[in-house]
Design a protein around this ligand. Sequence first.
Ligand SMILES: [Zn+2]
Length: 83
Amino acid sequence: MGKKRRGRERLENCSSCGRAVPRDKAVEYSKRTHFTTDMKGNDNVTYTEFKDLYYCISCAKHRGIFEKKKQQARRKRERDMYG
Ligand SMILES: [Zn+2]
């Protein structure tokens, strides 16, 4: 029992390389997956799944997460303005 737990620091595993990253250093990215049965009328079923993914900084850079987040933020701003 030599290891000290450091406060309330939560660790998340990077979705890409699996490295453990402290929550405040991890890059959070919400991935949206949309399912639809593509049927006309009441039988049509649509389902949207939100998944929160965490990436370490280097994987986030590598995968362009920062760009995606920027785009998401811009879209949200536009929606708020014209919505
Ligand atoms: Zn990573």
